[in-house]
Design a protein around this ligand. Sequence first.
Ligand SMILES: NC(=O)C1=CN([C@@H]2O[C@H](COP(=O)(O)OP(=O)(O)OC[C@H]3O[C@@H](n4cnc5c(N)ncnc54)[C@H](OP(=O)(O)O)[C@@H]3O)[C@@H](O)[C@H]2O)C=CC1
Ligand SMILES: O=CCCC(=O)O
Length: 292
Amino acid sequence: MEEIGFLGLGIMGKAMSMNLLRHGFKLTVWNRTISRCDELVEHGATIGESPAAVIKKCKYTIAMLSDPAAALSVVFGEDGVLEQIGSGKGYIDMSTVDAETSLKINEAITSKGGSFLEAPVSGSKKPAEDGQLVILSAGEKALYEAVLPAFDVLGKKSFFLGQVGNGAKMKLVVNMIMGSMMNAFSEGLVLADKSGLNSQTLLDVLDLGAIANPMFKMKGPSMIGSSYSPAFPLKHQQKDMRLALALGDENSVPMPLAAAANEAFKKARSMGLGDLDFSAVCETIVSSGRSS
Ligand SMILES: NC(=O)C1=CN([C@@H]2O[C@H](COP(=O)(O)OP(=O)(O)OC[C@H]3O[C@@H](n4cnc5c(N)ncnc54)[C@H](OP(=O)(O)O)[C@@H]3O)[C@@H](O)[C@H]2O)C=CC1
Ligand SMILES: O=CCCC(=O)O
């Protein structure tokens, strides 16, 4: 494949671009905080001085940015994507945003002759490092097909979901379920502990039953140890709950569980836990009184 541009080297962007480099892709990278490019450069990437410079150089550019405001500012801002996008160039936004943001970006890019794909992902830091993401793409089918060699490196499965917006919506539905599950799991862990049960035994019981799942298995042990090194930052999970609730609003879908989970994530943010892993939402319950 041609040289790929990569905008946004946070937890996910760094892991994904390292993985592409490891598999022989040539990359030009940009990050708002430019020092975050250094490690990538040590592994063979080139730095682009702005999103516009990356787009100018590369036929295909991937973005992995924190939220709708970041995704919009990288496209519409000074030295942004729009300044150099045009015919023959493809822009793939893998950030988790709402459909409205994706549609706005799609409209701006296609009106300049470029092509657009939204492609948010399921899977966190480790799956990103290991190329085991689940890619939820929608938009220009020809662009999807053109970048499949890169998606095959980044993910274990790629879906093409049709028109722009469907990828964003699918991602928000999945993360809304995940955020609600994380809150139920947290309550269970604290309840077991407060009522005198062994937390590890609870994990063992859960793992053998009908609600066993990779998230409980992976996060449970660190949550018992109150260790929340960020793989998926809590502030991003709360953003996803907020955006999913707005999608529920638009479609008149009652979501009382998601609304309660969102409140817990907001409380966690107010406690200063936004940069920790989303499993730190457990601390909102602990702070109401865990015995250990
Ligand atoms: N972590 C995870 O497990 C997963 C995250 N996601 C989603 O992927 C996206 C990235 O997540 P993650 O890597 O964890 O997040 P991080 O917070 O680690 O990284 C965010 C990135 O966005 C950049 N950024 C933020 N604001 C702006 C702005 N205004 N202009 C330009 N760049 C900006 C940051 O730049 P700077 O370094 O300068 O701050 C950084 O590169 C999010 O949408 C998240 O919801 C999806 C699946 C899993
Ligand atoms: O958006 C983050 C998703 C994290 C995960 O799927 O494990």
